[in-house]
Design a protein around this ligand. Structure first.
Ligand code: ACO
Length: 323
């Protein structure tokens, strides 16, 4: 029994914020941001929007494209670091309610920017026991945990959600291999206060993500290369047989450095960070959706999805695309 991705969708806030707009409120320039990250703009939520609302939009699009009714779903998994509620209910339960997945279980999964890769593998594994379709979503509203006065971090992030419908079938291909890795020794490199370690005496809502940019950059380049090399080794193929690499979109320079280390052209990587910035768990499914929407995926293409981020976590999935 194989598990295929049969529908993809995305959810983006309507409001688009360019680098020039940011430069009006912080000491930065479009030139600095673009040359250091590849980012030109990002989408930012309005007061009524949240991870759940973006995830629900993405889910409805993915379900319609897959031709799967919400009531057919067996599981809804949402990877997010910015749940609608601090502890509970899960964002997945809100999505399950709002799409009408009345027979599905639902849970959140927390692996930062690697979240979609973790969620994909969790859902694929669960489907070995329950053959009903599953919905896997990466959704993050980074703008709500970002200090908009800190030019070192606020220029990097955006908000969005990407969703994938998984269906079991005897057709060959689909999700072939996944690798999930973690190294908690790097926990402080990228973190956000507000959990049970934070004293209740102050408003934790004021806490912003903290990042050691250089440390994260160096980790990401190594992790990215490792994911690609491990996946092709496990599958017994060479890099020349991989049509697309769809990476987490954190910084175009991370992708360029990984391309150099892997000694392959940048044209094999799908990059859409320019318009969307780093939307954490949403980057990989939104990039895959755009790749598919633009007609760049053919049946039987081998695609590597690769993620890396806070935790530290990293991981990847090798997919033989069936469309
Ligand atoms: N505008 C103008 N100047 C800036 C800005 C800005 N927005 N941000 C930083 N600078 C300045 C710094 O203050 C510093 O000035 P100084 O030398 O006077 O102190 C200078 O630019 C250079 O700073 P560096 O940190 O050396 O710049 P670097 O080339 O390393 O780029 C960056 C910084 C973009 C953050 C890079 O380290 C990076 O991309 N790291 C990875 C970040 C990342 O991917 N995070 C998320 C991944 S995991 C996840 O997605 C959750």
């Amino acid at each position: 029994m194989n598990v295929h991705i049969t529908g993809l969708g995305y959810g983006l806030p309507a409001r688009r914020v360019t680098n020039e707009e940011l430069a009006k409120t912080i000491d930065t320039t479009d030139e600095w941001i673009f040359s250091h990250t590849g980012i030109r703009a990002r989408h930012i939520v309005g007061p009524e929007e949240s991870s759940a609302t973006l995830a629900t939009s993405a889910a409805k699009m993915a379900l319609a494209r897959a031709g799967v009714k919400p009531e057919e779903l067996g599981m809804v998994v949402v990877a997010t670091s910015t749940p609608d509620y601090g502890a509970f209910p899960s964002t997945a339960c809100l999505v399950q309610r709002d799409i009408g997945a009345v027979h599905a279980g639902a849970f959140d999964l927390f692996a930062a920017c690697t979240g979609f890769i973790y969620a994909l593998e969790a859902a694929r594994s669960l489907m070995q026991n329950d053959l009903r379709p599953a919905l896997v979503i990466g959704a993050d509203v980074m703008s709500r945990i970002t200090d908009w006065k800190d030019r070192n971090t606020c220029v990097l992030f955006g908000d969005g959600a990407g969703a994938a419908v998984l269906q079991a079938s005897d057709r060959p291909g689909g999700i072939r291999h996944s690798i999930l890795r973690a190294d908690g020794k790097g926990a402080q490199a990228l973190h956000h206060e507000g959990g049970c370690r934070t004293p209740q005496t102050g408003p934790w809502q004021g806490a912003y993500l903290q990042m050691n940019g250089r440390q994260v950059f160096n980790f990401a380049v190594k992790a990215f290369e490792e994911i690609v090399r491990d996946l092709i080794a496990r599958q017994g193929i060479t890099l020349s047989e991989v049509r697309w690499i769809v990476p987490h979109q954190a910084n175009v320079r991370i992708i360029e450095a990984a391309a150099r280390r892997l000694d392959i052209g940048l044209d094999r990587f799908f990059v859409n960070i320019g318009d969307l910035a780093n939307t954490s768990a949403a980057t990989v499914p939104m990039a895959l959706e755009q790749l598919h929407r633009e007609g760049k995926l053919q049946a039987d293409d081998t695609v590597i999805l690769a993620g890396f981020g806070a935790g530290l976590t990293w991981g990847g999935s090798l997919v033989q695309w069936q469309g």
